[in-house]
Ligand binder design. Structure first.
Ligand code: ADP
Ligand code: MG
Length: 422
């Protein structure tokens, strides 16, 4: 398929993709017998599941605007190009962690990829349902360490990293969404904001008047914009991960660009902490004490796995221009290399707490809310869960340099969660 961009539909897809070998080889040549469903529950793009005689695949196509909002908010098709290139890099750096990619058509802004069939579900959904998945912390911790380390100057040939930096620097419009929606809009009366009202009105006013918080949010925005350290997934939350009890796959890296390592890690952990604070709203069929404990364990294990794997890669794969072995190990100075690693992990820690705090805020105060809270029908109960999360987010963002370990954060989360006077 070439020529001018044209959005696919359930009806036109078989005709338009019936001659694409990458698809027919996998699902069968008889396009007339294909069953096509559009399942995009996302905010931005079309997602089709195509089932043929021999198998199934997913076709994801960008639209020239934001799906959730319509043509009044244009968004370039090239996001599909960045998603495709991010997926291929993630596959190379963390094999098996993303869906296999079968085909990319730049003009049609479409990616044909492996169908993650049921029992795969979106992780956020599983957490709302109270499922304690055994492998997510380890799988996601490894994914982050591998992609973030291997996409940086700790690992890559400088020339290649700079070429990638230039390639992804053009993902301007999606970065702009993050820059505004995450770091700025929650802290003023931006047009697209919404929050549970009137319950949270007072707290929202308080946060917008909170000078220390606003300064911190802008310092984090500065870091996000200026510290082009590694290729980020860029939108790594529980809605961008599909799971079964045994498997974990990251999807949807269209926000990929070069930014700080701590951003992906902070956003991801924030989504576990939000899942934690939302559990009180999902106790119709029994209490969620065990789920709450599980979620805090998941944050601790994810961070521990990340640190361990990042450290392993530091010791065994440090082939980039930064902290060269010639300065350390090759002179018998292992201690110097370990000291530098320690500094790096400390600064990732300080920054990830900031990004996590801000991510919690924007999901409750900004445009893109998450189902963890949104599916709590009782508005008062939802507001109570959200208020606790907001206070937690404020605390970890503003005090991030004084918080020394994940257990400290989780103790704080548990205390705030049990507060009755919010
Ligand atoms: P968007 O960028 O529009 O948010 P996503 O990539 O998040 O789109 O996909 C939207 C939804 O489509 C996902 O929540 C998931 O339910 C489904 N989906 C996406 N990719 C796959 C896949 N490879 N296999 C199965 N389902 C998928
Ligand atoms: Mg998306």
């Amino acid at each position: 398929m070439t020529g001018k961009f044209e959005a696919l539909s359930v009806e036109t897809l078989p005709k338009r993709l019936g001659g694409t070998a990458a698809l027919t080889d996998r699902i069968g040549k008889d396009a007339r017998s294909w069953k096509v469903r559009e399942v995009g529950d996302g905010n931005l793009n079309l997602v089709f599941i195509v089932e043929g005689d021999d198998g199934a695949a997913v076709v994801k196509q960008a639209l020239p605007y934001v799906r959730l909002v319509g043509d009044s908010w244009p968004l370039p098709l090239k996001r599909s190009f960045f998603e495709y290139h991010a997926l291929t890099r993630q596959q190379a750096r963390a094999p098996g962690s993303v869906p296999a990619i079968y085909h990319f058509d730049e003009t049609q802004a479409l990616i044909v990829m492996e169908y993650l069939a049921p029992p795969h579900v979106i992780l956020r959904r599983a957490l709302i349902d109270g499922r304690e998945l055994p492998n997510i912390a380890r799988d996601i911790g490894l994914f982050m360490a591998r992609t973030l380390f291997r996409g940086s100057d700790l690992s890559m040939v400088a020339k290649d990293r700079k070429a990638d930096l230039a390639l992804f620097a053009d993902n301007v419009e999606l970065c702009d969404i993050t820059e505004n929606l995450v770091f700025s809009d929650p802290y003023f009366d931006a047009k697209m904001n919404r929050h549970t009202s009137p319950q949270l009105d007072g707290l929202v006013a308080e946060l917008r008047a909170d000078r220390d918080l606003k300064v911190e949010a802008q310092r984090l925005k500065h870091l996000f914009a200026a510290n082009a350290e590694t290729l980020l997934h860029g939108d790594l939350h529980s809605g961008s991960i599909m799971v079964t009890d045994a498997e974990t796959r990251m999807i949807d890296p269209e926000f990929a660009f070069y930014g700080p390592i701590a951003f992906d890690v902070g956003m991801l952990l924030a989504n576990f902490w939000m899942a934690f604070f939302s559990q009180r709203g999902h106790e119709e069929n029994g209490n969620r004490d065990s789920m709450r404990a599980y979620l805090l364990d998941v944050t601790a294990e994810t961070w521990a796995t990340f640190r361990a794997e990042f450290s392993l890669l530091w010791r065994t794969e440090r082939t980039g221009m930064l902290y060269q072995r010639s300065l350390f190990e090759d002179q018998g100075d292992r201690l110097g290399s370990e000291q530098a690693l320690d500094h790096m992990l400390h600064s990732i820690w300080d920054d990830l707490l900031g990004f996590a705090g801000i991510e919690v805020h924007r999901r409750i105060l900004g445009l893109a809310h998450n189902a963890d809270f949104e599916t709590i029908a009782d508005q008062d109960l939802r507001a109570t869960c959200e208020a606790k999360a907001l206070k937690f987010g404020r605390h970890i963002a503003v005090n991030r340099r004084q918080i020394h370990g994940i257990n400290e954060v989780n103790t704080l989360a548990a205390l705030i969660e049990q507060e009755t006077r919010i």
